[in-house]
Design a binder for this molecule. Sequence first.
Ligand code: MG
Length: 290
Amino acid sequence: MPLPFEATREDKSSEGKQKNVFIENRVATPFGGHNKIPIFAVLNEALIMFEAPIKNFSRNKAFPNWELKAVFFDMDGVLYDSMHMHARAWTQAMQDAGLAFDAQDCYLNEGRTGNATINNAIVQQWGREATEEEKQSIYASKSAYFNAQGPVRPMPFALELLRLIRSEGKQIFVVTGSGQRDLIDGLNRDFPDIFHPDRMVTAFDVKHGKPHPEPYLMALGKSGLEPWQVLVVENAPLGVQSAAAAGLFCIGLNTGPLAPEVLSESGAQVVLDSMQSLYEHWHRLPADKS
Ligand code: MG
């Protein structure tokens, strides 16, 4: 049965609370024609948060029933609380090279490979492609500035959510545009027994970084699953665009300074404000029927 509304926005109401939604319904009158009458509907948060967006998404894609079997996580800004460190490092490295670049540029470029970020800045500001040497030296400088800030902190509630998903027997992937070996290698230290090299897609694996669909399509191929069996968790507009271009359902986590609308306009079906929120509402996802 078609749902009476679209729910794609974050719902910040408290756990277990019922949400009141006012809907106008058209009802036939005995005299012909229709009256528009308001009805007062009490809808469960689960419907608002996940079920309606999933049903709408599946219907639009002509997918069969959604059955979650794998979760594809972006890394920076999702698994790691690292974006403020990347912003500082990118700003310093780019400015050292004579390129204008600020924190907002970093958040808007997030998800691209380092090489693509550097090339775009040079094309826009100097009117030519970046050389290999420029790409390597600026990225090395950026990585050094990043590492000088000390260890990166896992995102609060990331480990709890990963353990919960693992306990449900679902596959867990990391799909990142990062080429920082130390960060990628740190996944197994910070999230023990969660990730496996066969379930990782990094900057080293793809020709085209996000927003191109290649990273998420590669993860889908590795999983052996269908698009209706997969959920993407992303924090960056370009990452959300990549997931959308790959035809996957995407939860946007707005963990940075951008407006939440940027993520929904990029194609996220649901937008939440934190990993903690996703962890606390995870049980509201439709149960796996298989
Ligand atoms: Mg990210």
